[in-house]
Design a protein around this ligand. Structure first.
Ligand SMILES: C[S@@+](CC[C@H](N)C(=O)[O-])C[C@H]1O[C@@H](n2cnc3c(N)ncnc32)[C@H](O)[C@@H]1O
Length: 357
């Protein structure tokens, strides 16, 4: 172990737990820019079998060993503190974006307590770990975000305040856990694990950038009428429209709109035309996750989402959902009733190269 390079590796078991907790949705590419023994990448591969692993490290010996053990990984020797070193690698010429970044960078460097860094035209001081994190985010723009292991102080120190402000403009912060201070062999440190999730508006352009196909567009509408309020409302008359709630989805798909349950409540999710109707609360069924046409206005309940768009885009979306059905199904979480949020759904769409708004 080379102390100056801060070679404190994430133990295999911890790495697996963290990758499970990170909840990436089957990323195509996982990248660790200071990969060391490769334990984070191995864990990523264990949790997401189809992911391709990309690793960089300054230590040539480590990379040579990893190449022998993992001939399918793309591995390069690079000093992440030197643009010219990094730019010469195969990774740099092939990857401008990745799906998931795995970061457990050096926490210290020789005797340096801080480093001066350039981040997107700004210059400021920050901790050693923060400088690696910022540089890696800038270089690899992870579409699904980054899993970060960092010194606890990075989350509250004055030194990293400016860097945190920059990050907050582009990423949402999600705490995962704190590690025991004896987690890393040979070092006692208080480390925190968190996820940086790119803000939705920041990743749309990146997703489009990655696809050579025509942009696939959809809008996702959340219904707004509550079942108990509808039950109290008028059910007949010219100002009423059919009301659709979760239990009606099989019938909607098999027989069309049920005209008998009606409401005069006008809320979010007054829709007609081509759409894919899915539950927001309750688990989706593959057989009913299909494009349908609703001829006249209906009102959706607040337990339903409708994905709207033109017919060809919707058929394409339907195909992508079915192709990745298990992943789509697993988006629904919850200790009681399973549910999915609008932002989770949009994020997943972006990973499938669909721009959802
Ligand atoms: C704390 S270890 C983490 C390794 C791995 N990510 C893990 O979690 O097990 C930091 C790694 O960064 C590498 N490293 C140190 N300085 C570096 C630099 N300037 N550029 C690239 N890698 C560096 C070290 O060789 C070491 O493998």
């Amino acid at each position: 172990m080379i102390i100056e390079l801060d070679q404190y590796f994430t133990p295999e078991k911890t790495a697996s737990i963290l990758l499970e907790k990170a909840g990436f949705t089957d990323p195509d590419y996982c990248l660790d820019p200071t990969c060391g023994s490769g334990n984070l990448l191995s864990a990523a591969h264990k949790v997401h079998e189809s992911t391709k692993c990309i690793g960089l490290d300054r230590d040539r010996k480590i990379i040579t060993k990893l190449r022998k053990e993992n001939p399918n990984w793309l591995l390069s020797v690079a000093n992440m503190q030197s643009e010219s070193s990094y730019m010469r690698t195969l990774v740099a010429s092939n990857f401008k974006v990745c799906d998931a970044l795995l970061l457990n960078p050096p926490f210290s460097q020789a005797k340096s307590k801080y480093l001066d860094i350039n981040y997107k035209d700004s210059q400021f001081k920050c901790s050693v770990a923060m400088s690696y994190i910022m540089k890696s985010l800038e270089l690899f723009s992870p579409v699904q975000g980054a899993l970060v292991i960092a010194p606890e102080s990075l989350l509250y120190s004055e030194l990293d305040e400016q860097a945190r402000d920059y990050l907050a403009e582009e990423y949402d912060f999600q705490s995962i856990c704190d590690l025991e201070n004896k987690t890393f062999r040979g070092a006692k440190v208080h480390a925190s694990v968190f996820k940086l999730l790119p803000k939705l508006e920041k990743i749309k352009s990146r997703a489009i950038f990655r696809t050579a196909d025509k942009e696939i567009k959809a809008s996702i509408v959340r219904g707004g009428a509550q079942v108990h309020t509808v039950n109290k409302s008028k059910h007949y008359g010219s100002d009423t429209v059919p009301f659709i709630h979760t239990r009606m989805l099989p019938k909607l798909f098999e027989q069309g709109v049920d005209e008998s349950k009606r409401t005069n409540i006008k809320a979010n999710g007054r829709i007609q035309g081509y759409c894919i109707v899915i539950p927001r609360v309750g688990l989706p069924k593959q057989a009913f996750t299909k494009t349908i046409k609703i001829e006249n206005d209906v009102q959706l309940s607040d337990c339903i989402f409708a994905i709207q768009g033109d017919y060809h885009d919707l058929k394409n979306i339907e195909m992508r959902i079915n192709l990745h059905w298990q992943e789509f199904y697993d988006l629904y979480k919850g200790t009681g009733a399973r549910y999915v949020t609008l932002s989770k759904l949009k994020r997943w769409f972006i990973t499938k190269q669909i721009s959802a708004f």
